[in-house]
Design a protein around this ligand. Structure first.
Ligand code: FMN
Length: 168
C-alpha cells in the first residue's frame, strides 16, 4: 500500500481505539496512527493517503483537538492525495449524529484532495446526519455508545473499501 496516515482526535479514547483497529485491519504501521495533537497540516505532504477520524461533541461539533488543524488546512492544496473520513458519535443525539465527519469532509475537500470512503449507515436507527451530503454518507459513521457490536464488521468492510481505493 502507498504511504498512509491515520489521524484521530479523541476525548475519551473511543476514536483512538477505532483508529488503531483500522490500522490493524489495513496493515498500516502503528507509527502512522497519529493523534491530531501531534501532527501539523504541513506534514501531510509525506503521505499519499490520509484517513481522518473525529468524534462529535457539543452539538454536532468537531472533537476539540481538531480545530487548529482544520484551520491550518485552509492554507493547503492537497491535489493528488486521497482522503477518507470516519467518526464516532451517538445516534440518539438526533440530527447531529457524527456531525464532525461532515466538517472534516468539507475541510479536506476544500484542499482539492480526492475524497473516498463513502459508506452507508444500514443497521442504525438514525435517519438523518450532517454527514449525508448531496445524498451520500461521506464517510464511515460508528456508534460505539449504542452499537459497539456493529463496529468490527463495519470497520473491516470499510478497511477493504479503502484498501481498494488506495490501490487505484
Ligand atoms: C457532552 C457530549 C456531547 C456529545 N455530542 C454529540 C453530538 O452532537 N453528536 C454525536 O453524534 N455524538 C455526540 N456525543 C457522543 C460522542 O461523540 C461519543 O461518545 C464518542 O464515542 C466519543 O468518542 P471519543 O472518546 O473518541 O471522543 C456527545 C457526547 C457527549 C458526552
Amino acid at each position: 500500500m502507498k504511504n498512509t496516515v491515520i489521524i484521530y482526535g479523541s476525548t475519551t479514547g473511543t476514536t483512538e481505539n477505532v483508529a488503531h483497529k483500522l490500522a490493524k485491519f489495513m496493515g498500516v504501521d502503528e507509527k502512522d496512527v497519529v493523534d491530531v495533537k501531534n501532527i501539523a497540516p504541513s506534514q501531510l505532504g509525506n503521505y499519499d493517503n490520509i484517513i481522518a477520524g473525529s468524534s462529535t461533541w457539543g452539538s454536532g461539533e468537531l472533537q476539540d483537538d481538531w480545530f487548529d488543524f482544520v484551520d491550518g488546512l485552509k492554507a493547503l492544496d492537497l491535489p493528488g492525495k486521497k482522503v477518507a473520513i470516519f467518526g464516532c458519535g451517538d445516534e440518539t443525539m438526533g440530527d447531529t449524529f457524527c456531525g464532525a465527519v461532515a466538517t472534516l469532509y468539507e475541510a479536506f475537500k476544500s484542499t482539492g484532495a480526492t475524497m473516498v470512503g463513502a459508506f452507508d449507515i444500514v443497521g442504525y436507527d438514525v435517519t438523518s446526519t450532517p454527514a449525508e451530503i448531496d445524498g451520500t454518507i461521506v464517510g464511515l459513521l460508528l456508534d460505539e455508545v449504542n452499537h459497539p457490536e456493529a463496529t468490527d464488521l463495519r470497520l473491516r468492510k470499510w478497511a477493504q473499501l479503502l484498501t481498494d481505493e488506495f490501490a487505484k
